[in-house]
Design a protein around this ligand. Structure first.
Ligand SMILES: Cc1ncc(COP(=O)(O)O)c(C=O)c1O
Length: 457
């Protein structure tokens, strides 16, 4: 159980209880983009935790849909029953992703969705008589979740450290970051460089040993929102296809509309073989994720094994699917992805204006309502601040303490130790006035902390 006491020890960088100054504030209720603690303090939730709350808090339509489902039944066990909620959510996801993504397993969150993706990749190769394909390739500065398999393919050094030696073995190739290209590579050459590097790693391992390449189309917490450079996803897709390696696009954080297209990779004109999703799918109303897989994978699994060999007691949970249906219907009805695209451009512009004269703001990047701001000690060399200064944690704490603005700290993005970025990921229905409030309050917190850092150095 995560208690206020254990959070105090392990999660420095978050908001502190305004009354005591220690531990976390106790949440009372939420409405839209605002959250209130038990002392009546109001917070504007500009990051949605880690980019979860696609509709904000306390949406009455979603709550009503959940109550209606509960009045009927909470859970029809997956080996006994299907349900309207499950079937409708499948249809909504397929309509959003394309007809080739008609098969999926609904799970309880992102790590489980990634775990399912890894297992489906292994099962696919076994079913095709290529059981030697067991190895995963992922990228540096990536986060895929906290179960042993998902953690094994992640390269988030401090989160892995305690478990090294017991993790699924994976190769890590270069991250693709236009602001921080691999050493000696020009930004325009990142796609070609990374594709050649992936091909070389597959050759080194032997293609007959490689199951899948897993990556985040827009990197989340491990990179501080890093969209793939132009041409990158297509080049990586081509290498995967050439070697019979499955492409897993981890859209747990960047997908389900957060970047302004329902699939983040839609923007790059690429279809993955397997796609874990979570967070924005159910908007945080209940724990919900899914492993979605392409028809060419599904055909093999169903022909040989009768279906995917992954799933747990709560797979396809009826109430969770009802929440997903309610959230996704509203997003579609209100055309909220258009809103994300338009509002994302506004927020990006306003952040640029608020932070314009601060050379320590190295990069403002992202797509839609998924925006990262990276801070550097030296804008010319892009040298990060020393980790000991804790710059991004201080910005997050100052924003919360002074103005009740919640944003997400993403430290260590440069080399696993140093690096300061913060993430903004408001609900898809955030209004222009709320965007303005976020930009102004965020600018104020950054200005305050950068001022203090300048004086102390
Ligand atoms: C890209 C990505 N994959 C997987 C996960 C794991 O999801 P969860 O925390 O819901 O298990 C996360 C969580 O932040 C994530 O950002």
């Amino acid at each position: 159980m995560t208690t206020n006491k254990s959070m105090r020890k392990s999660d420095a960088g978050w908001v502190a209880d305004p009354k005591t100054g220690i531990g976390l504030p106790k949440v009372a209720y939420g409405k839209g983009i605002y959250v209130y603690d038990v002392h009546g303090n109001r917070y504007i939730d500009a990051s949605g935790g880690p980019a979860v709350y696609s509709l904000g808090h306390g949406n009455e339509e979603v709550n009503e849909a959940l109550k209606r489902q509960l009045d009927k039944i909470a859970h029809g066990y997956r080996y006994t029953f299907t349900s309207d909620a499950l079937e409708e959510l499948e249809s909504l996801v397929t309509e959003a992703c394309g007809a080739d993504f008609a098969d999926m397993v609904f799970v309880t969150g992102g790590s489980e969705a990634v775990e399912g993706a890894l297992k489906i990749a292994l099962q696919y190769h076994t079913a095709r008589g290529e059981k030697s394909r067991r190895r995963f390739i992922s990228r540096r500065r990536s986060w895929h979740g906290n179960t042993l398999g998902a953690l094994g393919v992640s390269e988030f050094l401090d989160r892995r450290a305690a478990f090294e030696g017991a993790l699924v073995e994976a190769s890590h190739v270069s991250a693709a970051n236009a602001y921080r290209p691999p050493p000696g590579v020009r930004p325009a050459d990142i796609a070609a460089f990374c594709a050649a590097e992936l091909a070389a790693e597959i050759e080194r391992l032997g293609p007959q040993h490689v199951a899948a390449f897993i990556f985040e189309p827009v990197v989340g917490a491990a990179g501080g929102v890093v969209p793939a450079p132009p041409g990158y996803a297509k080049a990586m897709r081509e290498v995967c296809t050439r070697y019979g390696v499955l492409m897993i696009a981890d859209e747990v954080m960047c997908g389900s509309g957060r970047c302004g297209t329902w699939r983040a990779l839609e923007f790059d004109g690429v279809e993955p073989d397997i796609m874990p999703i979570a967070k924005g799918l159910g908007g945080g109303y209940v724990p919900l994720g899914a492993t979605v897989y392409h028809r060419r994978v599904a055909d093999v699994l169903f022909d040989v094994d009768g279906g995917p060999m992954t799933g747990h007691t709560f797979t396809g949970h009826t109430l969770a699917c009802a929440a997903g249906v309610a959230v996704q219907r509203i997003i579609r009805r209100d055309d909220l992805l258009a809103r994300v695209r338009r509002g994302g451009a506004i927020l990006m512009r306003r952040l640029g204006e608020e932070l314009r004269d601060l050379p320590e703001v190295g990069d403002i990047r992202g797509r839609g309502y998924f925006i990262g701001v990276e801070f550097v000690a030296d804008p010319k060399t892009k040298e990060p601040f020393p980790a000991a200064l804790g710059v991004c944690g201080r910005i997050v704490r100052a924003a919360a303490a002074d103005d009740g603005l919640l944003c997400y700290p993403s430290p260590t993005n440069v080399d696993g130790v140093n690096g300061d970025t913060t993430i903004l990921a408001p609900p898809y229905n955030t209004t222009d006035e709320e965007l303005e409030e976020i930009a102004v309050k965020y600018g104020r917190a950054v200005r305050k902390v950068i001022g203090e850092v300048r004086t102390s150095r």
